[in-house]
Design a protein around this ligand. Structure first.
Ligand code: TPP
Ligand code: MG
Length: 355
């Protein structure tokens, strides 16, 4: 029997507050690693902030904002090897950038253009999953397959607090634990599922407690602390590679942006809490940490930001240079034998577009 410990209740932290709470160090991380993590954070932040502007300009469609979720994504991906598979939800739409995927590809996805349909094998990044939690069993299956083939790679699935109420989360978590699949279950607990607060989502004291029921360790980490996220994920990955099965990571944060560009959170959110959380947002905290350790100058920070801004400028230009998509694609790939009504709908769409 696997020995299952009660979930770590306390939030794991590495970055202090520059005052009473001291900084810790993560074993094995070099100065180069620390600066690379900064690059990742800035890249993701720049993608997110530019995307909101592009949305307002009508250049991309509805967009799921991930502002202040960057530390969870950058820290966890940095703990992976390139052979490891990433299964993102819409909240991690741009996570492929950390593997070198062009910004134009992700922007095309949000433009609803087929240039945004990448081949998962090219980056070991699965398609962005919009249905809540349905990618968890996919990730568990892929991880189990890696184990059966004797490969060393693992998989990580990203999902939200709301996803832990879905059947597919349960099925994937249970299956991975029973099969000892090399899987990391990474829960972004931003405390909201659109307008549903965490208190209405679960009666469990913490989400990490759920791990115990599946027979896997559960870890709680400060989701705004990129180094704590890295450290926790590195341990989970080591367990996975050692044949010890999955780990559930609950990264705790608070959603400070709307759920997506189509949402108006003023109807339900606590505005004072949002302001408080914004003051401890993950990029600013990491920047302050790097300055305390003497690893980041104003010039270096500016150069990293300028590089990310250039990448986005080139990305949107490349996405907009794509030839218009064939509207027929909307009707493809769903049916082997499309029903007659779809043929009629396609003909009508073409008439409207041509007219
Ligand atoms: C199966 C399914 N049911 C409902 C929805 C509608 N929906 C979109 S986002 C969302 C909230 C998900 O919240 P959470 O899992 O906490 O992720 P977050 O958006 O906070 O990252 C819901 C219910 C969906 N996309 N898929
Ligand atoms: Mg959520």
């Amino acid at each position: 029997m696997a020995q299952v410990l009660p979930a770590e209740r306390d939030l794991r932290r590495v970055i202090g507050d520059g005052d009473a709470v001291p900084d810790r160090e993560v074993d094995g991380l070099t100065d180069h690693d620390l600066v690379e993590l900064y690059r990742s954070l800035v890249l993701l932040r720049t993608y997110d902030e530019r995307s909101v502007v592009y949305h307002r300009q009508g250049r991309i469609g509805t967009y799921a904002i991930y502002w202040n979720h960057e530390a969870m994504q950058a820290g966890s991906v940095y703990a992976l090897e390139d052979d490891d598979w990433i299964f993102p939800s819409y909240r991690e739409s741009a996570i492929g950038l950390l593997r070198g995927m062009p910004a134009s590809t992700v922007l095309s996805w949000w433009r609803g253009h087929p240039a945004g349909w990448w081949n998962p094998l090219d980056w070991n990044v699965a398609s962005i999953c919009v249905p809540i939690g349905t990618h968890v069993p996919h990730a568990a299956g892929l991880a189990w397959g890696k184990k059966l083939r004797g490969e060393n790679a693992c998989a990580i699935a990203y999902f939200g607090d709301g996803a832990t109420s879905e059947g597919s989360f349960h099925e994937g978590a249970n299956f991975a634990a029973v099969m000892r699949a090399p899987l990391v279950l990474f829960c972004n607990n931003n405390q909201w599922a659109i307008s549903t607060p965490l208190s209405a989502q679960t009666a469990a004291e913490t989400l990490a407690d759920k791990a115990v029921g599946y027979g896997m360790p559960g870890v709680r980490v400060d989701g705004c602390d990129v180094l704590a996220v890295y450290e926790a994920t590195r341990e989970a990955v080591a367990r996975a590679r050692a044949g010890e099965g999955p780990t559930f990571i609950e990264a705790v944060t608070y959603r400070t942006a709307p759920h997506a560009t189509a949402d108006d959170p003023s109807a339900y959110i606590d505005a004072a809490r949002v302001e408080e959380e914004k003051r401890r947002e993950c990029l600013g905290r990491y920047e302050a940490y790097l300055r305390r350790t003497g690893l980041l100058s104003d010039e270096a920070a500016e150069a990293v930001r300028a590089q990310a801004a250039d990448l986005m400028r080139e990305g949107i230009a490349a996405a907009e240079a794509e030839p218009p998509a064939d509207p027929g694609l909307v009707f493809s790939h769903a049916y082997v034998d499309p029903p007659a009504s779809l043929t009629d709908d396609l003909a009508e769409l073409k008439r409207v577009l041509d007219g």
